[in-house]
Ligand binder design. Sequence first.
Ligand SMILES: Nc1ncnc2c1ncn2[C@@H]1O[C@H](COP(=O)(O)OP(=O)(O)OP(=O)(O)O)[C@@H](O)[C@H]1O
Ligand SMILES: [Mg+2]
Length: 226
Amino acid sequence: MKIIAIAMQKGGVGKSTLTRSLAVAAALEGHNVLVLDMDTQQSTNQWKGRREAPLPLVRFTTEIDLQGELDRARKAGCDLVLIDTPPARSTEAPAAVEFSDFVLVPCTADIEAFEQLPRTARLARTTGKPAAAVLTMATPNSRSELEVAHKVFETVGLEVAPQQLHRLKVHRDASRLGLSAQELEPTSKAAEEIKSLAVWVFERIGLISANVQNRTRARVHKKDAA
Ligand SMILES: Nc1ncnc2c1ncn2[C@@H]1O[C@H](COP(=O)(O)OP(=O)(O)OP(=O)(O)O)[C@@H](O)[C@H]1O
Ligand SMILES: [Mg+2]
């Protein structure tokens, strides 16, 4: 089971949207996904309340219950846990990072977010967890913005995700309906960006596609039966 913490001290940079988008992408790939919402605002838990589809599973948890939740998820055969964390200095984000295999740091291209970035990067570094920044809510067609952001990410010692998420209305529309952009408009630019980011993230953490696993299992069974 792989665990990804989505963390960034600055509020409103797209942590929850990224968490849900990746969770849906993983569920559509056939993975057994659990989202843990550690933010007392519970916006991801509320998103789940607006959602009609049963998957992905979303649970609110505190730092005290985190270990237990993860143990239960492992026993239940979960293969990916995404942990959405609160903004500001909290005890939840360090706990999530501590238990994770990988930290994703969504960041917008503005000075307020850049100023908060070193703290989050330090949190990942001190726990020895690999961490990558993802540029979120990027201005469409702004190469200079992308270059500046990537330079900042590298300066604070974060790996840079090759796919950024642009500021696109479909993310907000989807959220209102308890969906992800990939579900609301599967052929949209936003959906393409999420899919591409998800492929990179899942490969980066060594999460084998559930479809590939099933195909491999089927081949082994066929061989055994022969
Ligand atoms: N790529 C995007 N394009 C357009 N709107 C977006 C995008 N990503 C997120 N948003 C919107 O921006 C707002 C903030 O996003 P989100 O709630 O994901 O941020 P957050 O970092 O989790 O915030 P908080 O720190 O308060 O938990 C939401 O209204 C969301 O729908
Ligand atoms: Mg949030």
